[in-house]
Design a protein around this ligand. Structure first.
Ligand code: GLV
Length: 324
């Protein structure tokens, strides 16, 4: 009997073709499996699921998956999967660490530069036909050189952001569950800040690079935003719910902070209306890992975990299985 794989929506062709070499593959249409009920109805017929980060792989879905052996998320973040329920149902879970660190860090830097230098507003000004010659006072922004970057979440992506920011002359501070190794700290001249409040108070730019967990949900709330210096910029390429979006919109409108670059939102695809009207914001539609290279690598890593599990490879030899 051939195994059946559900890929919830179209991904890079070569990844689909790779799975088709081994199995019967069904590819959903864009957004088809974004709700729990549709997944619950479909899942009994599949041995493996390759979902997007927008698919709620809940306890109900996992219970309904009587043949299901693995869920290989098309993302590094896996807050859309009930990992504990998967463990109880004997379903393995994989994510895609490592392959998107560079593209995500590029995106964090792009947002940082775009907000600090008012690139989007300046472009709009030009498109609006308002450019009337070089202006000594127009679009004055913040220089990154000699500023302090606070990184919340110093995993692979946070470290990749730090490497880039060093090249821009920034001082690196970070807060993480645990300190990174001494060699990395030294190389990045990175200072570990044991308290998140202190990191937030000292940073000219705060970059969020942590996973979404119960502990990090709304870690940046109204109180934390109040602690940020009023010129400081918030960059979020992690997960929307790490920030209280309504409080952030208010802080931007009130000038409590200087600006924000956001790639992720609390209720995607919705964006808080007060954010859309907030000053000094650059907002992008969750594209941090969106490069040809990375999206292919994400798909291949997820596909390899599926092949590994279905072909009986020992767990220890499948590097991206989540073991917690
Ligand atoms: C993207 O947000 C990811 O988690 O891979």
């Amino acid at each position: 009997m051939s195994y059946r794989i559900l890929i919830t929506e179209p991904i890079v062709d070569s990844v689909i073709e790779k799975l088709e070499e081994h199995y019967e593959v069904v590819v959903g249409t864009r957004g088809q499996y974004s709700d729990e009920e549709t997944l619950v109805q479909a899942i009994p017929e599949f041995d493996a699921l390759l979902p997007m980060l927008s698919c709620p792989v809940t306890e109900r879905v996992l219970r309904a998956g009587s043949r299901l052996k693995i869920v290989a998320n098309h993302a590094v973040g896996y807050n859309n999967i009930d990992v504990e329920a998967a463990r109880q149902e004997g379903v393995k879970v994989a994510n895609t660490p490592g392959v998107l660190s560079e593209s995500s860090a590029d995106c964090a830097m792009a947002l940082m530069l775009a907000v600090a230098r008012k690139i989007v507003d300046a472009q709009q000004f030009l498109y609006d036909g308002k450019f009337d010659g070089w202006d000594p006072l127009a679009f004055l922004g913040m220089e990154l050189n000699d500023k302090t970057l606070g990184i919340f979440g110093m995993g692979r992506i946070g470290t990749a952001v730090a490497r880039r920011a060093r090249a821009f002359g920034m001082h690196i501070t970070y807060h993480n569950r645990s300190r990174v190794d001494e060699e990395t700290e030294q190389k990045l001249e990175a200072e570990f800040i044991p308290e998140l409040d202190t990191l937030v108070e000292q940073a000219d730019v705060l970059s969020l690079n942590c996973p979404l967990t119960d502990e990090t949900h709304h870690a940046i709330d109204a109180g934390m935003l109040e602690r940020m210096p009023d010129h400081a910029l918030l960059i979020n390429t992690a997960r929307g719910p790490v920030v209280d979006e309504a409080a952030l919109a208010e802080a931007l409108h009130n000038g409590t902070i200087g600006g924000a670059g956001l790639d992720v939102f609390e209720e995607e695809p919705e964006v808080h209306p007060d954010l859309l009207s907030a000053p000094n914001c650059v907002l992008t539609p969750h594209i941090a890992s969106a490069t040809h290279e990375t999206r292919k690598a994400i798909g291949m890593l997820a596909a390899n975990a599926i092949i590994g599990v279905l072909e009986g490879t020992p767990d220890e030899e499948i590097p991206n299985l989540i073991q917690d």
